[in-house]
Design a protein around this ligand. Structure first.
Ligand SMILES: [Zn+2]
Length: 416
């Protein structure tokens, strides 16, 4: 274990300078736009490669485009640490880059303190975490974990470029993407990320230690009522699909409010025929519910079906409800959670356990290797926006806790 008195020197202003440097690799316009497989991402990768090389790390891009820097020291399975450098369109400068830069500073701090890990540390920048360009979120980490990433080659972006063409621009072959599978080589995975919500800031807590990521299930709901003249049809006895949809939106909110750790959303709705003087005979909507607890997550289909059927019945409309998409909750690792808590304690940082409501690369890995994450406060809870911000000192505290945790996990001793 690292001598608890060893100082791990990481400065907030140095982290901010690196975030600024990366933010410059962006398409024009507000905020940061650095899409997967873009020239901007390539420039950011080059910047990171240089920084990792300066730290004596061995740099490699895998067949999925994930960028690794390996501190080849000690023996046994490495601790993998990192995040992603791709962004959403007009996103912020913290979501992703802060985790990569924190890992970089953590490695530098361990080296500067004269600490020799007994296991290797690998730094990773995952490819295409956000996924908006090709509808392929967590692509790099899924390929690394050996998950199914087949059938995506011909997906096109908004300008008609296919994923396989985009990868070719990076010197990579989509046909070889399964060769990126290397999860079995890894011992543990840690990631620092901004919270993307207001809980830490509201509570005045430095560090959120993530015990899992919520699962979600979404449904396509079709409501079929009766189209008719809105002036001549009596109010009694109408079969209005829009009114049933409105009841569903309110009822599903009540269902979520009644259960701790559950959120729900009706984020898309279309009514037909869609005229001011016609009673809507049809409504298509998407209902999504997320739950942290696995048992509650398993009960989502029952909750949604019952809610939807009751709302439809009370408006006299027919309903069909089909599952659209499901993402299992990811359970993070108790030992890594304890390590992060201990690391926070040693750095004098206040910490609390929480679930992540947003998806992260750790979800791809959690079934195969122990995973945990630490969150730092997002000012105003804002993310995926140019207004994303985390205070420099909050970034530095997070990076020091990460460095301390890496020290614990690699059984590092101070050089004598
Ligand atoms: Zn992110």
């Amino acid at each position: 274990v690292i001598n608890p008195t060893a100082q791990l020197e990481i400065r907030g202003d140095a982290i901010m300078r690196d975030l600024d440097a990366l933010a410059a690799f962006s398409e024009p316009g507000p905020g940061v736009t650095r899409m997967a497989w873009s020239a901007e991402l390539r420039a950011a990768n080059d910047w990171l490669s240089d920084r990792m090389t300066e730290l004596g790390m061995s740099v490699e891009v895998d067949p999925a485009g994930n960028l690794f820097g390996r501190w080849l020291i000690g023996t046994g399975k490495p601790v993998l640490v990192g995040s992603h450098l791709d962004s959403v369109p007009h996103g912020g400068r913290f979501d992703g880059p802060l985790g990569v830069i924190s890992a970089l500073h953590a490695v530098a701090a361990l080296q500067a303190a004269g600490i020799d890990p007994v296991r290797p540390i690998w730094l990773v920048s995952w490819t295409d975490e956000e996924g908006p360009r090709f509808g392929t979120g967590l692509l790099g980490s899924r390929a690394f974990a050996g998950k199914d990433v087949s059938g995506l080659a011909e997906r096109k972006d908004a300008s008609g470029v296919t994923l396989s063409e985009a990868m070719r621009g990076f010197g990579l072959d989509y046909g070889r993407i399964t060769a990126a599978r290397a999860i079995d080589a890894v011992g543990d995975y840690l990631e620092l990320h901004i919270e993307q919500g207001p809980r830490l800031q509201d509570a005045g807590i430095d560090i959120g230690i993530v015990t899992g990521v919520v699962g979600l299930i979404s449904f396509d709901v079709l409501l079929t009522g009766q189209t008719n003249h809105s002036g001549t049809t009596p109010m009694n006895g109408r079969r209005d699909a829009m009114c049933a949809a409105a009841r569903i939106a309110l009822a599903i909110r009540e269902q979520a409010l009644a259960r701790p750790g559950v959120v729900a959303n009706v984020g898309a709705i279309q009514v037909a025929p869609g005229a001011s003087n016609v009673i809507p005979g049809r409504a298509d909507l998407v209902v999504e519910m997320r739950a942290a607890n696995r048992k509650t997550w398993e009960s989502i289909p029952e909750i949604v079906r019952t809610t939807v059927e009751q709302a439809a019945a009370s408006e006299g409309v027919q309903v069909s409800c089909h599952e659209r998409h499901r993402l299992e909750p990811a359970d993070f690792d108790d030992r890594l959670v304890a390590v992060l808590e201990q690391a926070a304690g040693l750095e004098g940082a206040s910490a609390t356990r929480l679930f992540s409501g947003a998806g992260h690369d750790g979800m791809s890995l959690a079934a195969k290797v122990p995973v945990s994450m630490l969150f730092v406060p997002s000012v105003g809870g804002v993310s995926h926006s140019p207004d994303e911000y985390t205070e420099p000192e909050a970034c530095a505290i997070g990076a020091r806790v990460l460095a301390r945790a890496l020290g614990f996990l690699t059984g590092a001793d101070e050089r004598s």
